[in-house]
Ligand binder design. Structure first.
Ligand SMILES: C[S@@+](CC[C@H](N)C(=O)[O-])C[C@H]1O[C@@H](n2cnc3c(N)ncnc32)[C@H](O)[C@@H]1O
Length: 220
């Protein structure tokens, strides 16, 4: 009985969610990769629509690309913009993991090394728009001169998330957005700490959203 109720709820919910995106002139199927989630992908698409409508200038970027699963949606959502992809492509850095352990943010043991640049580029609908920034962030920023309309921060750990906010927020165009994944993920407590440290200090408001593991959205 209970299972039937859940099934009925999901079916009704699926219909409402699909309809709500169609009402906005967008196609979005309820069923998307579970680790990304309907809310996260649809939020990205709605943000992209605002950025397009308001002619917000600048490139787009993701810090923490892994196998490119979310980057693929960023590339699709901004077909006319350059997409910078920042990752070590070999997993967490020991330097950042030491900070995690010292503050008990996370064990930092998750392995993100089973990826490579070719695998990521192969998923992109517009690979020519992509600029790979391979290496330790923020060192991988060297020589970069650009402004940004949208940035996804998905690096899990305190140090890269804090450095990402410090670098990208001042370079975010007016009307631009930063989406920070794992804001409400208790297994990576450093993300919330980095967001609150940076945003409270700079007086920047943000909105937590209810995608899997919880993201925070900053608008400028
Ligand atoms: C959760 S994964 C990213 C998931 C990805 N956005 C997706 O859609 O599946 C986190 C990534 O952050 C990267 N990362 C963490 N700290 C980093 C740093 N300091 N510099 C560069 N990359 C980093 C890791 O290598 C890993 O690939």
């Amino acid at each position: 009985m209970e299972r039937q109720l859940v099934q009925d709820y999901l079916e009704a919910h699926k219909f409402v969610l699909e309809e709500s995106m169609q009402a906005l002139g967008r196609e979005r199927l309820f069923y998307v990769p579970v680790h990304l989630g309907y809310v996260r992908i649809s939020t990205l698409e709605l943000i992209a629509e605002e950025i397009r409508k308001n002619n917000v200038e600048g490139s787009v970027a993701e810090l923490g690309v892994y196998r490119g699963d979310f980057a693929k949606y960023i590339n699709e959502a901004f077909p006319e913009k350059t997409l910078y992809l920042f990752d070590t492509f070999s997993g967490f850095s020991e330097k950042d993991v030491l900070v995690e352990k010292a503050h008990d943010y996370s064990p930092g043991t998750q392995d993100f090394s089973d990826t490579n640049v070719a695998l990521v580029l192969d998923k992109m609908s517009k690979p020519d728009n992509c600029i790979i920034k391979k290496g330790y962030f923020p060192d991988s920023l060297e020589g970069l001169e650009d402004d940004f309309a949208f940035v996804s921060l998905d690096a899990d750990l305190y140090q890269p998330i804090f450095e990402g906010l410090k670098y990208f927020y001042p370079r975010l165009s007016k009307g631009g957005f930063i989406l920070i994944h794992d804001y409400n993920n208790d297994e990576y407590k450093g993300v919330k700490k980095a967001v609150t440290d940076y945003c409270h200090n700079e007086g920047i408001p943000f909105v937590p959203i209810c995608d899997p593991w919880g993201s925070a959205v900053i608008a400028k």
